[in-house]
Design a protein around this ligand. Structure first.
Ligand SMILES: Nc1ncnc2c1ncn2[C@@H]1O[C@H](COP(=O)(O)OP(=O)(O)OP(=O)(O)O)[C@@H](O)[C@H]1O
Length: 238
């Protein structure tokens, strides 16, 4: 297999239900069985198709209603990047925010500051250490959020529509940054350019996994499904 990952995610008939206002239950992710050893995996599909739910299950942010989700090796540290970096920037100043992410791994405040500086330098944000996060552009804010996630040294990165708020140049730059990350990554995205860089693409529709394959097969299938290129053909097999 091409460039296998250090982490394998396995879902065994994992499904997720939510309570409805009338006291019932709604299945928003139908049982999905997957073995995901690839280094770069993209999850694509229409709004509401279940992509974020899948990522939240893998991250352990929610538990499956039935079935199971396992990461191997056990105890893998995950890092989650949200579409809106505002959701994960905690401190008002860039350097403080990164240092905050380091609080559990580095006890000395001076060393946290030093490490935070190094991380910002590698992201091309060395000159923004003292900036207010409110003075940053969306692209810079997304990079700071990524820096904060990387500071915790995740062994698996889960990114939920990380380029949604970015302009074309920032998207290209941020996509390259994501692709250069050392840890394996599973990214949910509407950005088919980003999905095309993955080794494997999962297509979801109405909570069902409907296609699973290399980008050259799965993305055209999704485009057809969405009506972008005419009627859909049958689902591709891996
Ligand atoms: N906690 C919840 N309670 C009720 N409904 C939920 C909950 N979480 C998700 N949903 C619904 O489940 C469906 C799938 O949501 P999910 O966020 O996984 O979709 P998505 O593919 O990530 O969508 P998008 O591309 O719009 O972000 C949606 O209809 C959403 O409204």
């Amino acid at each position: 297999m091409d460039n296998p990952s250090s982490v394998t995610t396995t879902l065994d008939a994992a499904a997720f239900d939510v309570d409805t206002s009338d006291g019932g239950r709604r299945r928003i992710l139908h049982p999905v069985t997957l073995n995901l050893p690839e280094h770069r995996i993209a999850v694509i599909g229409a709004n509401g198709s279940g992509k974020s739910t899948l990522l939240r299950l893998i991250a352990g942010l929610v538990a499956p209603s039935s079935g199971s989700v396992q990461l191997s090796p056990a105890g893998v540290r995950t890092g989650f990047i949200f579409a809106n970096p505002q959701a994960q920037l905690i401190m008002p100043v860039v350097g403080e925010d990164i240092a905050f992410s380091l609080r559990s791994s580095i006890t000395s405040a001076a060393q946290r500051r030093q490490r935070s500086r190094e991380i910002l330098d590698t992201m091309g944000l060395g000159d923004r250490e003292e900036s207010s996060i409110y003075d940053l552009s969306s692209g810079e804010r997304q990079k700071v959020a990524l820096a904060g996630v990387l500071a915790a040294e995740p062994e698996l990165v889960l990114a939920d529509e990380p380029t949604t708020l970015l302009d074309l140049r920032s998207t290209v730059e941020f996509t390259q940054m994501l692709m250069n990350l050392t840890p394996p990554m599973i990214v949910a995205t509407h950005d088919l350019g980003l999905a095309a860089r993955a080794q494997r693409v999962l297509v979801f529709d109405h909570g069902h996994l409907v296609a699973d394959g290399p980008p050259g097969v799965a993305i055209p299938y999704y485009r057809e499904l969405a009506g972008a290129d005419g009627p859909a053909s049958s689902a591709p097999e891996r």
